[in-house]
Design a protein around this ligand. Sequence first.
Ligand code: ZN
Ligand code: ZN
Length: 192
Amino acid sequence: MLTCTKCKAEKPETEFHACKTTVTRRRPECKTCRKTERRARYEANREKEAAQMLAYRQVEANQQSARRRAREQKAVARQDPAYRKRETAFNREWRRRNPEKMAAANARQRARGRFSPDWTPEEWAALLDLYGHRCLACLTTGVRLQPDHVVPLSWPGASNAIDNIQPLCGPCNLTKSDKHIDYRPELKGTPS
Ligand SMILES: [Zn+2]
Ligand SMILES: [Zn+2]
């Protein structure tokens, strides 16, 4: 008989999982306690992941609406000829002062498409963290993941930003090819 360190109950040895590193060759806690503990840890982890994903989607949505508002405000302001004149002067001055940024922007523009992502390495890393570094199609971890466009870039109006990207392994990316398949887990209550 062994005494469980968690529930303090005395139980036969068979009620404890085998363990190579303890003197008794058994886990210190009984099978029932171990099961409860693992279950709780699993639930906590799942809730944490769901909360993280929700927070991430919310930040994305907020940024998107902020960008949309800014675009709308600019469009309204541009109706004023004086504003347009100031804007042109400002842009000309900015280009004069930032030739290297202009060159980079031009190069980006030329290579726009699958060779030049509109997302940053940080955004891609955050996406991998969010989905636990696994292929969203086959759920494999520990493989090299590729950024796949949910809506293929070849489709009209497809976004080349992070909100249109999902991590896939090489084989899954190849299988998906030019189809629109969203493997990202759906979250209820996410503002869009
Ligand atoms: Zn126990
Ligand atoms: Zn895969």
